[in-house]
Design a binder for this molecule. Structure first.
Ligand code: C2O
Ligand code: CU
Length: 463
C-alpha cells in the first residue's frame, strides 16, 4: 500500500524514536544508501530469459557515483544479499578504515546488516567500486559500479561516456550465471573468463556521435579475468589518464590499448568517421575483432578537427619516489596449471601441490599460499619502496595494490605513469616503485579474482 501523506509524516516522526523506516523513506540529512540485492534483468537478448544477478540497486553496472575532487563520499552500504559483503573503492587513496576489505579492514557486512562508508576522494579520475568479500563470486555476479571524481577544471570535450567493460559466464541454455565459482579449472588457469561480453550491461552498445565531435571515454575493465586489447576505428584519440591518474602528456593511441582486469583508461577521442558511417571502440581478440562500442555518426559537430588535447590537471601527491633510497622488495609468483610449483606454505605448514589444490590453493607468493598473519613488508610512513615482481607462472596476472599508486621502473630506471594495477605477463619480471605514504593495512593481490581467491593475495603494513 502506498502511504498517504499523513502516514509518511507519522513514520517520519517515529524515526526519531528509533523505529525502522520503510526502505525509500529517509529522514533529512541521513546518509544515502547503496544497497546490494538479488535482481533479475534482461542481460541476454530478448529471446532469452532474464538473468538473476547480484547488483547495487539491481542495476548492471551499479549506479554511477560522481563527485568533485576533494569531496566526500558517504554511503550506507545495505546488504540485502544472502551472503556477507563489503564495498571496496578501487583506486581511491583512501583512509584505511574505509577500504572495504572484508577480513582485513572490516568484517563482512552480514545479510540484513549495513556499514557506513565515509571518505574523501583526494584525486580526480576514473575509479570504480566493487564487492570485496568472496569477490571472485560477487563481482562476477554483478556487484560493481563506476566511481567518477571530476577535475575542478574539466577538459574541453563535447561530452563524456563512462564505459564499463565486463564479461559474464552464463549457462547458454538457462541464461543464468554459471555458479562454478570455486571450480579448480578456473582457479588454476587464466581465471573466470566469460562467454558473454558487455559494455554497461549491453552486448551491442551503440551510441550516437557527430563527425569531429570530441568525446572523453572513461573505460573501466570490471571483468574477473579478461584482458581487453582495444583499438579505435573511425576515431582518433589520446590516452590522458591511466587508473585514474592523469598522464603528464596525452599519448596518441595508435595501436592497441591493453586493459587488464581492474584497470582504467581515460581517452579523449575525435570522431573522424564520415557522417552516416560508424566509428567503433574495437575489441581485438586473437585474429578476430569485435565492436565493443559502436558510434553511429549523424551530423557534424564542427567543420574541422581541433588541435590535440591538453593534459589533465595533475593530482596532488604525484611526486616521483626516491629510487636511490628505496627499500628493495621481491615478490615471486608461482603455481597454476603447467607451473613448476611443487609445494608451498599454507597456514604456516608446508604442503605438497596436491594438498594445496585440495584446500583450494593453486598459487603462491614467495612460497606462501594465501593470506598470512604477518605482512609481506612492514613499512614506515613515507618510506620509498622498489618491488620486483617475478612471474614464474605461464599466466598473466593483474597485480593491484590498495591505498597507493605506484610507477613502473623501466629501462635505465625511468619511471612510468602512476597506476594501481599492473599486468605482468607469463614468465615476465616487472619492477615498480612507490612511496608508502598512506598508513594502514593494504592488500596486494592479483585482480584475476579467482587467482586472488586461490593463493595470490598478500598485504603490506604502513605505520
Ligand atoms: Cu579492485 Cu582488492 O580490489
Ligand atoms: Cu593472477
Amino acid at each position: 500500500m502506498t502511504p498517504t501523506r499523513r502516514d509518511v509524516l507519522k513514520l517520519a516522526g517515529l524515526a526519531g524514536l528509533g523505529a525502522a523506516l520503510p526502505r525509500g523513506l529517509r529522514a533529512a540529512g541521513e546518509i544515502p544508501e547503496l544497497t546490494a540485492s538479488v535482481a533479475r534483468l534482461q542481460l541476454l537478448p530478448e529471446s532469452y530469459p532474464q538473468t538473476e544477478i547480484w547488483g547495487y540497486h539491481g542495476t548492471i553496472p551499479g549506479p554511477e557515483i560522481r563527485l568533485g575532487q576533494g569531496a566526500r563520499v558517504r554511503r550506507r552500504f545495505v546488504n540485502d544479499l544472502p551472503q556477507g559483503s563489503s564495498v571496496h573503492w578501487h583506486g581511491i587513496r583512501i583512509d584505511n578504515a574505509m577500504d572495504g576489505v572484508a577480513g582485513l579492514t572490516q568484517d563482512p557486512v552480514a545479510p540484513g546488516g549495513s556499514f557506513d562508508y565515509d571518505f574523501v576522494a583526494p584525486d580526480a579520475g576514473t575509479y570504480w567500486y566493487h564487492a570485496h568479500n568472496r569477490s571472485w563470486e560477487q563481482v562476477a555476479r554483478g556487484l560493481h559500479g563506476p566511481l567518477i571524481v571530476e577535475e575542478a577544471e574539466a577538459p574541453e570535450v563535447d561530452r563524456e561516456e563512462v564505459l564499463v567493460l565486463d564479461d559474464w559466464l552464463l549457462n547458454p541454455e538457462t541464461g543464468q550465471i554459471d555458479d562454478s565459482f570455486d571450480h579448480p579449472m578456473m582457479m588454476s588457469h587464466g581465471g573466470r573468463i566469460g562467454n558473454y561480453i558487455t559494455t554497461n550491461g549491453r552486448s551491442n552498445l551503440s551510441l550516437p556521435a557527430r563527425r569531429h565531435e570530441r568525446l572523453r571515454l572513461r573505460l573501466i575493465n570490471a571483468s574477473n579475468a579478461r584482458i581487453f586489447p582495444l583499438r579505435l576505428s573511425g576515431l582518433e584519440g589520446w590516452i590522458v589518464a591511466l587508473d585514474g591518474m592523469p598522464l603528464a602528456d596525452p599519448t596518441a593511441l595508435e595501436d592497441v590499448l591493453v586493459l587488464g582486469p581492474a584497470q582504467r583508461a581515460d581517452l579523449i577521442v575525435d570522431v573522424t568517421a564520415e557522417e552516416g558511417g560508424t566509428a567503433d571502440l574495437v575489441h581485438v581478440e586473437e585474429d578476430e575483432t569485435f565492436s565493443q562500442v559502436a558510434f553511429t555518426v549523424t551530423g557534424t559537430a564542427s567543420l574541422s578537427r581541433r588541435a590535440g588535447p591538453a593534459a589533465l590537471p595533475p593530482n596532488p601527491k604525484m611526486a616521483l619516489p626516491d629510487l636511490a633510497g628505496a627499500t628493495p622488495l621481491r615478490l615471486v609468483m608461482s603455481g597454476g596449471a603447467m607451473g613448476r610449483m611443487q609445494s608451498a606454505i599454507l597456514d604456516g605448514e608446508r604442503k605438497g601441490f596436491r594438498d594445496l589444490a585440495a584446500a583450494g590453493h593453486f598459487w603462491a607468493f614467495n612460497d606462501v599460499a594465501g593470506m598470512t598473519d604477518t605482512p609481506l613488508a612492514d613499512l614506515s610512513l613515507g618510506e620509498p619502496v622498489r618491488l620486483e615482481i617475478v612471474n614464474d607462472t605461464v599466466f598473466p596476472h593483474a597485480m593491484h595494490l590498495h591505498g597507493m599508486h605506484f610507477r613502473e621502473i623501466g629501462q635505465g630506471d625511468t619511471l612510468g605513469p602512476l597506476r594501481d594495477t599492473i599486468l605482468v605477463g607469463g614468465r615476465e619480471t616487472r619492477r615498480i616503485a612507490f612511496t608508502a605514504d598512506n598508513s594502514g593495512d593494504w592488500l596486494f593481490h592479483c585482480h584475476m579474482l579467482s587467482h586472488a581467491a586461490s593463493g595470490m593475495t598478500t598485504w603490506l603494513r604502513v605505520t
